[in-house]
Design a protein around this ligand. Structure first.
Ligand SMILES: C[S@@+](CC[C@H](N)C(=O)[O-])C[C@H]1O[C@@H](n2cnc3c(N)ncnc32)[C@H](O)[C@@H]1O
Length: 241
């Protein structure tokens, strides 16, 4: 296990763009998430993903934003890869306060990003879009905001759950009571699904609409569906003329 970087231990500074306390975290979901994977396991998972997305090939001083950053495991992963200008956006001040990186943090709604037009080099989402309450309208808002804030050569990277045969199998297995008794991680996953069921099922049930919206704003360089995940990397579509 890596020792935390010294910068990971400093207190976060939060720029508030909305009323604090507008939303907080579901404590049952949070408790289950802690049983599902440790912070270090999550960081290692994010590092692997970021390398797969070829973020490692990019300048370390580019302006990079993680949306739906929560307590900041994804920002720690970016910092460990050497990035120096990271920012995170989340609606929950409680989760933002748990961040331990040098990233600039924004208490803001991802449907209304607190950045100027064409000012960001890369935007990353590790599982946040499936928490949006109203599809496809909220997705349209978030994607159009990402398109607006990315600069000409900016890139967008997202990983979200996807209803593959593997995910159906996982759902079926973690619903079995004895499996939940003997397999704590399976029980944790079942609790998380129960607590986000409405938005999770809404997300999983609209694959065509979701991909249409992605294609409306971005040209994909990676559009991969495997092992219950949709993994997307792309550049913004430039306006004609
Ligand atoms: C699955 S959690 C992400 C967890 C994160 N990877 C972590 O390590 O904490 C989804 C996050 O999205 C945030 N969220 C939900 N809707 C949002 C919105 N409209 N704008 C910004 N953040 C939002 C929640 O507060 C939550 O932190």
């Amino acid at each position: 296990m890596n020792a935390p970087d010294s910068a990971e231990a400093s207190k976060p500074l939060i720029e508030r763009h909305i009323q604090s306390g507008a939303i907080c975290c579901d404590s049952a979901w949070e408790d289950a998430y802690k049983r599902f994977e440790s912070p270090e396991e999550e960081i290692q998972k994010f590092i692997k993903r970021l390398k797969f997305m070829k973020l490692e090939d990019r300048p370390r001083d580019m302006r990079i934003v993680e949306l739906f950053c929560g307590r900041g495991g994804g920002l720690v992963a970016l910092q460990r890869l050497g990035f120096t200008r990271m920012e995170g956006v989340d609606l929950s001040e409680t989760l933002l306060l748990q961040n331990r990186t040098e990233a600039k943090l924004h208490l803001a709604d991802c449907r209304n990003l607190p950045f100027g037009d064409s000012t960001i080099d890369a935007v990353i989402i590790h599982g946040g879009l499936h928490h949006l309450p109203q599809l496809p309208n909220d997705l349209e808002l978030v994607l159009s905001e990402i398109h607006r804030v990315l600069n000409e050569d900016g890139t967008f990277h997202a990983v979200e759950p996807w209803l593959t045969p593997f995910l159906r199998f996982v759902h079926a297995v973690v619903e079995v009571p004895w499996v939940r008794k003997v397999y704590d991680k399976g029980d944790a996953l079942a609790v998380m699904i129960e607590h986000e069921r409405e938005t999770y099922e809404q997300w999983l049930s609209q694959p065509i609409i979701i991909r249409e919206r992605f294609d409306k704003y971005f040209i994909a360089s990676m559009n991969r569906i495997a092992w219950g995940k949709f993994q997307f990397s792309g550049r913004k579509i430039k306006p004609c003329g």
